[in-house]
Write a new protein. Sequence first.
Length: 203
Amino acid sequence: MMRRTMGLAIAALLVPATASASSIRIEGFYGLERPPSISFSSAVSGAGSASASDLYKTSLQLAGGDVLVNLGGLELGAIVDTTFGNSSPSQTALGGLAGVGLELGGLKLDLLAEAGGHRFGNFADNPDIVTSSSSSDWLFYVGLRPGITFNLGGPISLGLWAFVRWDVTSHDLPVTVGSASSAGTYSLGGTTIGATIRLGFDL
């Protein structure tokens, strides 16, 4: 009886919210991501006295997509993205989004929280640098994702995402570096920041 009552209460809450949905947006995005660092400060500044050009060159290219459902100002969604480059293991994130979407004249401001899984992959693809006992590892992360968009006409929108992610869990990966005869460890996890251009389509 209690379960039935709770089920009816949840349904009563969800039906009005679903009915008030103002938009569903599908987006693709492309940008840059700083590889995980031990802190937000080091992620922003880079190692030592790296210049802006060094930060650009050592950042990873990032591409992905998201779906956002606006329920009268409350936004829920899902996101997936991956990095690519020849000099670094790939990183893939798969997560959920929740927050608010605010209409400001012709602009839309998204203030979202993010949580999901962060995968570090293809470590064994470059044996001259590192040979690992595992080709990939997943870590749990939380993050923040503010963004802004403006309408280009019809259902098309253009905007920007900025984001920061913190790996809640960490993992020490056993590795052998170069031609070393003894194994060491490579620590996975940290703070990741990035920014992307986003292109959206409203359904």
